[in-house]
Design a protein around this ligand. Structure first.
Ligand SMILES: [Fe+2]
Length: 197
C-alpha cells in the first residue's frame, strides 16, 4: 500500500525490516531489554523487577517510542516543529493521526511503569539502580535516533530523548513526586509539549 505512494513521489522503495533501519545501538538496546526480561524468570527480586521496568517501560516504551512519535509528527505534519527535508513539505495526515492514537494509548503503559518503579523505590530499591540503568541506556537511545546521513537534523531528537529521560529519573526517584494523572498521560491534542509525559 505504501510502495506505490513512495514510487509516485520518487522515493526509494525499501522493506521496513531492511537492516539499514536498525543501527548497532538499537540492536544492543533490545538485546539488553530481552536479557532484563529473561532474568525475571529466575530472579524475581525487586531490583530485577525495577531494572526490567526501566528497560521496557521507561526507555523503550517511553523515551524511545515517544521520541519516534515526536519525530514523525515533527516531520510529516503541518503542526510539527520544522524538521522536514528542504523544499516543499510533505504532510502525511493519516500516518500522523494513527501514530497520535498509538501514542495516547502508550501513555497509560508508561504511567504504569513509572508508578511501579516509584513504588519499588519507596519500598527500598536503591534509586541509584534506576539512575544507573537509565543512564547506561541513554547513549543507546541517542545512537538509535541520531542519523548523521539523514537530511533531517536529528539533534532535536537527541535533545528531546535526553530531556524525557531526565524527567523520568527526577519523578521516579522522588517518592513524594506525584505522577501525572491518566488524563494527562493519554492527552495528545494541542501540540507535543516536551514538559508533559
Ligand atoms: Fe505499550
Amino acid at each position: 500500500m505504501i510502495d506505490p505512494v513512495a514510487q509516485a513521489r520518487g522515493f526509494e522503495v525499501t522493506r521496513p525490516t531492511d537492516p539499514r533501519y536498525f543501527p548497532e545501538e538499537y540492536v544492543e538496546l533490545f538485546d539488553r531489554t530481552e536479557r532484563a526480561m529473561d532474568r525475571l524468570l529466575e530472579d524475581k527480586s525487586p531490583e530485577a523487577l525495577a531494572e526490567a521496568f526501566c528497560h521496557y517501560h521507561l526507555v523503550v516504551e517511553s523515551v524511545l517510542a515517544q521520541t519516534g512519535y515526536y519525530g514523525i509528527q515533527s516531520t510529516w505534519s503541518p503542526t510539527g516543529a520544522d524538521m522536514g527535508p528542504e523544499g516543499e513539505p510533505v504532510h502525511l495526515e493519516g500516518l500522523v493521526e494513527g501514530i497520535t492514537r498509538i501514542r495516547s494509548d502508550e501513555g497509560r503503559h508508561v504511567g504504569f511503569g513509572m508508578q511501579e518503579v516509584q513504588r519499588l523505590v519507596s519500598e527500598g530499591v536503591d534509586p541509584a539502580i534506576i539512575e544507573d540503568t537509565l543512564g547506561e541506556l541513554l547513549p543507546l537511545v541517542a545512537g538509535t535516533v541520531e542519523n548523521p546521513d539523514s537530511e533531517i537534523d536529528s539533534t532535536i531528537l537527541v535533545e528531546y530523548a535526553t530531556e524525557k529521560l531526565g524527567r523520568r529519573i527526577e519523578i521516579i526517584t522522588d517518592t513524594d513526586a506525584d505522577l501525572p494523572p491518566v488524563e494527562q498521560l493519554v492527552h495528545v491534542e494541542g501540540g507535543w509539549d516536551v514538559s508533559t509525559v
